[in-house]
Every structure is written in C-alpha cells, then in structure tokens.
Write a protein that binds this ligand. Structure first.
Ligand code: BG6
Length: 288
C-alpha cells in the first residue's frame, strides 16, 4: 500500500522509491526521501530532524516541516497575546482525512485540524485548516488550506518552516539580491540584500519581504533544491549558528551545521480572509 497509517503517523511511498512520513502531531513532515536526479540510485533524506526533538507531543518537532499558524514568531497583536511562538498548528494533533491521489504521477493525502479546546480558547476565531501533502518522484508539495466559515474576517499568518538537510556552511540561497529584508538578528532593522547568493556563515534570521516565490538552495557538489511558493509573499532564511543553536534544548550537537531553513510564509504581514472565503498557501520543493 503506497499510503499507510499508524496511530501517530502517515507514510507515503511513491512507486519510484521516494517516500514521506508525516506525524499527526503538528502534521509535521518529518522525513522526505528522494533519489538524486543526477543518478544516485537510492533515495536520500532531504529534511533535517534533530535527534533530540521531543517526539512525544510535549514540544513542536525541531526539524522537518512544522506549520506556523495562526501567527509567525511571537504574538504581535493584543488579540493573539495568548498564543505561543509560531501558533498552535505545529503542536496540535491533526487527523488523517483521506487519500487524494495514488498513481505514478503522485501520492497525495489530506490531513485536517480540529483544534483542541485549549487552542480554541487562545484563538476563538472560527477557521478550517487542512493540509495536502503530495509526493512525486523528485518532488514534495505541501499546501495549507485555510477557510473562514465566518461570520467575521479571519486574520492570520502562515508559514512552512522547512528544515532542508545539508551542510549549512556550503548552502547558498538565490535569488534574493535587491530584496528588502527584516534582520531579526539586528533589532528587526530593514536592509536591502546586496549578496548574489545568501549564505548562513553566521547566525541568520532574515525575513525577505515581497519575495519572488521561486528560490534555489545550492550546495557545492550536491543536488540543487528548488522551492516554489504561492500566496506566501515572504521567505525566511534561518540558521542559529553554533552559539544560539547550542542553546536550543532540542538541537542535537552541531545540528545547526547540518541544515538551512528556507521558509515560505506570510511573515511580515497578516492575511485578512473575509467570511466564506478560502486561502491556499503552497510550497513545492523539487530536487534538480
Ligand atoms: O524555536 P522555534 O520556535 O521553532 O523557532 C525557530 C526560529 O524560527 C524562525 O522561523 C524564526 O525566524 C526565528 O526567529 C526562530 O528562532
């Protein structure tokens, strides 16, 4: 069976050998294995998950693709003040809904979130959230669907906090040159990116605003990763480096050096979704 379920996970297997594992906790994609287009035979892991992650549901997973919703970062508005950093979607248990597609083109599943009373108490606005994960031979698509059943406007942020596995010191993200970015390491000051290729040689926490929606992560000598996004007008580049990384209780030793986070999202702005409307934020990652 290309889609299998356990009590806490959903696993997708593509006929060509790629695979995905999703934890129902947070609907967190915790593994994506895909072969190299350039010829390496067996699928390799494309996502980083810290071996010190709390996988018992007590804390969001440190790695994979945690979903940030309904806020990104710490609460900025009074009405969100009860929410914790990045919101609750990454720390609620989601429900497997159904298989949407299952053939050579792709294997696709839908998960839905029925928020717990604790989450509803912190964020009383009604909403419907679903997540569609689609696996192809060299591609992973993750689509977050938000619906507003009304009666009021739903105001939210959303972001896919993707931890791409690879040697951080060799990673180069393009094309961000010329974009304005909010540098959270430098008091959230606004700067213009002047580098052709953005590296994470030092602690990096940058929100690129009005970003183009198509990026490449290049690693010397390794596969290039292409990221395409829709309705996520920002992209965050984050790597904590050795000092901040060493202070994260759930980060494995030197883990910071083995990933780069490139996170499409609505990080610098909120979406105001009118009653009865829906919104889809999409990320498509392809191994080139
Ligand atoms: O430790 P958390 O809550 O998973 O967040 C990790 C990082 O996530 C990034 O997206 C933020 O820009 C950082 O500011 C934050 O430190």
């Amino acid at each position: 069976m290309p889609v299998t379920q356990t009590e806490s996970t959903v696993q997708l297997i593509h006929p060509k050998g790629s695979s995905v594992e999703i934890l129902l906790y947070g609907a967190t994609v915790v593994s994506w294995k895909s072969a190299s287009v350039k010829g390496a035979a067996s699928p390799v892991e494309r996502l980083f998950v810290s071996s010190k992650s709390f996988l018992d549901g007590s804390k969001p997973v440190r790695g994979g693709i945690p979903i940030c919703f309904p806020i990104f970062g710490p609460p900025q508005r009074e009405e969100h003040s009860k929410l914790s950093q990045h919101g609750f979607a990454r720390s609620e248990v989601w429900t497997f809904d159904r298989v949407l597609l299952d053939d050579d083109a792709g294997v696709s599943v839908k998960l839905v979130l029925n928020p717990s009373p604790a989450a509803t108490a912190k964020f009383p606005n009604p909403f419907k959230l679903s997540y569609v994960v689609t696996l192809a031979e060299h591609q992973l698509s993750t689509d977050l669907h938000v619906e507003n059943p009304g009666p009021s406007t739903l105001t939210f942020q959303a972001l896919l906090h993707t931890y791409h596995r690879g040697p951080a010191q060799l990673a180069a993200v393009t094309p961000l040159k010329g974009l304005t970015y909010i540098d959270k390491v430098r008091d959230a000051g606004r700067f213009t990116e002047d580098r052709e290729a953005v590296d994470v040689h030092k602690f990096t926490d940058s929100v690129y605003v009005d970003a183009p929606g198509k990026y490449h992560i290049g690693w010397e000598g390794a596969d290039t990763v292409e990221i395409k996004s829709k309705n996520f007008n920002d992209v965050v580049v984050w790597n904590p480096g050795p000092v901040a990384g060493g202070k994260l209780a759930d980060m494995e030793e030197n883990g910071w050096d083995t990933f780069i986070c490139v996170e499409p999202g609505t990080a610098s702005y909120f979406v105001d979704l009118e009653a009865s409307k829906s919104w889809i934020g999409q990320q498509v990652i392809t191994i080139l």
